[in-house]
Design a protein around this ligand. Structure first.
Ligand SMILES: [Mg+2]
Length: 317
């Protein structure tokens, strides 16, 4: 594949919203944004062998991080992970730059399928790809997406605002993502925008590393602790299915698997009650515990027993 041909191909699919004055094809994109708003910027990298293994591809790692996937899966996931990060700030994803390093001898067909799946996912969420870079080299396939998000007059929600007494809520159900949802998940952008618009969220994160580890990030940044109610954690059907294979409990999978890309957030318990009374979102939302002044993460079992849990989950090495 010749890069020149690929870029010509990409230009044909450019969709240029009105805030983009110059898109793909120049040295840099030019954008014009409303001055009064706030913007969030995020970048996320996916590396073959570390974050995904392609079907029929070389398996250079001793330990496959996830099940094997197609190039379309990879494109979708690369875009969706970034959108999920913008969602976790309570903002709307808008413009993307895509940088790709292809292994030498990559065929045009594969490169096109990768782009089409990124573009399709972007379109579903109202994101426009307005530039980037492609190279080829001796390394594995590497995709790096930089995404701009808009706060739309709202306050971006950080990890550092959790307060003692806050209710801890989570969307969807957790665990067992390796059985498929780590590729097919829906970034919770609409949900995050709705929540940020209608409720005073104190802190929020998307679950990429696992419930206990990502909650740990909130606790650390907010300088607080938490108590989780064991019986209330929404354990997914896949967590149960996986537990039959691994011998670990479904709860363990829900706490540590990661790549759920659900929203984990905290707010005043009265606000939480108001929301839970009539959750208008299309996804279930569950109250799973409370923020405490006392440091550390504790799990309370049905009989009231407390055990300390060490934040753990999937960390890329
Ligand atoms: Mg994140």
């Amino acid at each position: 594949m010749r890069e020149r041909d690929y870029i010509r191909y990409l230009r044909g699919f450019q969709n240029k919203p009105k805030e983009v004055l110059v898109g793909i094809g120049d040295d840099a994109a030019v954008i014009k944004l409303p001055r009064k708003d706030l913007y969030v910027l995020t970048t996320d990298m996916l590396l073959e062998g570390t974050h995904f293994c392609l079907k029929g591809g070389r398996d250079t790692l001793q330990r496959a991080p996830t099940s094997k996937c197609t190039i379309a899966d990879v494109g979708r996931k690369a875009m969706a992970c970034n959108i999920s990060d913008v969602a976790a700030m309570g903002c709307r994803a808008t413009l993307a730059l895509v940088a790709i390093s292809f292994p030498v001898f990559t065929k045009m067909g594969l490169a096109r399928r990768l782009f089409q799946s990124m573009r399709q996912t972007a379109l579903e969420y109202g994101v426009s790809i307005i530039g980037g870079d492609t190279i080829s080299g001796k390394g594995p396939l590497c995709i790096c997406i930089t995404l701009l998000g808009r706060a739309e007059g709202l306050r971006p929600v950080t990890r550092s605002g959790a307060r003692p007494g806050d209710a801890i809520l989570v969307t969807g159900s957790l665990g067992g993502s390796i059985l498929g949802s780590h590729l097919s998940f829906q970034p919770r952008m609409r949900e995050a925008l709705y929540l940020n618009k209608n409720y005073n969220l104190h802190s929020m994160i998307d679950i990429s590393d696992g419930l206990s580890l990502d909650l740990g990030h909130i606790l650390e940044e907010s300088n607080v602790g938490a108590l989780l109610l064991e019986g209330d954690i929404p354990v997914s059907r896949d967590a149960r299915r996986l537990s039959r294979k691994t011998g670990l409990s479904p709860l363990h999978h829900a706490l540590t698997d990661g790549e759920d890309y659900e929203l984990l957030f905290t707010l005043d318990p009265r606000e939480a009650e108001r929301f839970l009374k009539k959750n208008p979102l299309r996804v279930p939302v569950t109250l799973i515990g409370y923020i405490r002044r006392e440091k550390g993460l504790f799990l309370q079992s049905a009989d009231g027993k407390l055990s300390k849990i060490r934040p753990q989950g999937y960390e890329h090495r």
